[in-house]
Write a protein that binds this ligand. Sequence first.
Ligand SMILES: Cc1cc2nc3c(=O)[nH]c(=O)nc-3n(C[C@H](O)[C@H](O)[C@H](O)COP(=O)(O)OP(=O)(O)OC[C@H]3O[C@@H](n4cnc5c(N)ncnc54)[C@H](O)[C@@H]3O)c2cc1C
Length: 354
Amino acid sequence: MISIIGAGPIGAYLAWRLAKEGENVRLFEEHPNIGRPVQCAGIVSKNIRNFVNIDKEFVLNTINGTRIYSPNGECFEIKGDKEAYILDRAKFDSYLVEKALDENVELYLGYKFLSMENGNLIFDRGGFKTDVLVGADGPLSGVAKNAEMFNNRKNLIGIQVRAFLDKETDFVELYFGEEFPGFFGWVIPEGKGICRIGIAGEEVSNNFNKFLRRFSPLKIIEKQGGLIPVYNKNIQIQKDNVFLVGDAAAQNKATTGGGIVFGLKAAKILSDCLIDNKNYEREIKRKLKKDLDMNLKIRLILNKFDNEKYNSLIKLLNQDKIKEFFVSNGDMDYPTKFGFGLAIREPRLLKFLF
Ligand SMILES: Cc1cc2nc3c(=O)[nH]c(=O)nc-3n(C[C@H](O)[C@H](O)[C@H](O)COP(=O)(O)OP(=O)(O)OC[C@H]3O[C@@H](n4cnc5c(N)ncnc54)[C@H](O)[C@@H]3O)c2cc1C
């Protein structure tokens, strides 16, 4: 029996994959409903298609480009075709759980995991025996804490509003500068005149209010917020028969905080390991760690930028040869795939590394 704690997108996807291969799977979720509360801007790259069929049931909008603003207001625009999708997260999570249920996964809603002792799972309302325990229980993973794998992890705070805002519907806007320490501001159109406007960081409330004022007057529909794990290279993801995946393992892109595509990839790797009896840590090292580490490297460099550096970076990127390169090679998830080519086209970019 494999028990998965957390019916977010990663736990549900993992449950679905395992059950499809004939494993007995139980999926536990502390909330009474799937997908609520929503704590996500819901943008995923086209790479999501490697894991799920894009279904209009959960896709609200398709994105064809990004505008990146430097502190002095200069804009670097990258265009593409169906580069990213905007998800209705509650519907996306529900879709994945439905897929799991179709494969006979046992779903337990309203069960909060407390601990595991000698193969016995203890919830706030009863217990179960298990052979394998998977923590897909998000940034504050109780499974990681219980197995003493949480250590000194950090989370950022992400905060956003959904509001009516007149913006082009197929472009995402990103705002960089000292106003967004350790992160950036985003405006993501979900369609029907509604945008998700947010920022993330260690301290957000003052900067968030300041950011929102740029768009005032704003008719706010809803406020949302949550935690974004800060990836670091030392996070332990496996101990005996306990495994961590998704936000519980901080498998997010340190550049953007995005955790859905990498989390799904990690879940695919974990399901293959559990089925074929392979070492999860080693497979993650082989198939995902390089990109997690590269995103972290870029994040650590950006964290040192002041406004002047951002201004000169955007100026340097704003050349036709760079834009053309991005159109055919850019991949918002995997900088290792295009970083080298970018540096060859514009060697002055290398100075930002040091
Ligand atoms: C403001 C914000 C914006 C974001 N925007 C994006 C974005 O645009 N694109 C992107 O890719 N990512 C984004 N992310 C990150 C993304 O939301 C996460 O990476 C993703 O939700 C991870 O999925 P998960 O299944 O690992 O964890 P979660 O979605 O956190 O799911 C964990 C589940 O476990 C349950 N759980 C927790 N503890 C227990 C327990 N003890 N017992 C039982 N159940 C438990 C929770 O209720 C939850 O349902 C954003 C995050 C934030 C905060």
